[in-house]
Design a protein around this ligand. Structure first.
Ligand code: CA2
Length: 154
């Protein structure tokens, strides 16, 4: 059974405590439960993490890349938070790790401030999702399963 790695960046630990009009009322623990249920449906083990530190995300992406190469990881769903719009380091880490990665945003970043319209993650990602609220997480896990099915005949 392969692992779906779900990585969350800065301030996502605050989900459900502020800005419910933008991010909804569910907490990160609720999101983890949504992911656990989706992984059970799609036959993945779940590895769900959050950090406020850019370098920790780089370390985790490299780890996921190594584990994907070894066959134990299906791919990564990354909500990089505000680092999405600033981080060349995360762009380089995704490319360097060679990991299959879905970029995810809870809100529709393209309907928000102009500074959220550019992503350093998108050019290195396999797919990009935004605006589904926290339901985007289980949808992204379904996406990882679909991508894994496409490659299962290789
Ligand atoms: O929509 C998303 O998922 C974002 O990645 C969330 C980031 C934001 O910087 C991106 O532009 C879009 C912010 C995450 C912070 O989440 C909070 C949740 C509740 C209260 C305060 C922050």
């Amino acid at each position: 059974m392969k692992t779906a790695v779900i990585l969350n960046g800065p301030n996502l630990n605050l989900l459900g405590t502020r800005e419910p009009a933008v991010y909804g009322a569910q907490t990160l623990a609720d999101v983890e439960k949504l992911c656990a249920d989706a992984c059970a449906v799609h036959g993945f083990k779940l590895d769900f993490r959050q950090t406020n530190h850019e370098g920790v995300l780089v370390d985790w992406l490299q780890e996921a890349g190594r584990n994907q190469a070894a066959g134990s990881v299906a791919g990564v769903v990354l909500n990089a938070g505000a680092y999405t719009h600033t981080s060349v380091a995360l762009h380089d880490a995704i490319k360097g790790a060679g990991v299959t990665l879905i970029e995810l945003h809870i809100s529709n970043v393209h309907a928000r401030e102009a500074f959220r319209h550019h992503s350093y993650i998108s050019p290195a990602a396999k797919a990009v999702m935004a605006g589904f609220g926290v339901q985007g997480y289980p949808l992204a896990i379904a996406g990882l399963a679909a991508l894994a099915a496409v490659h299962s005949d290789r």
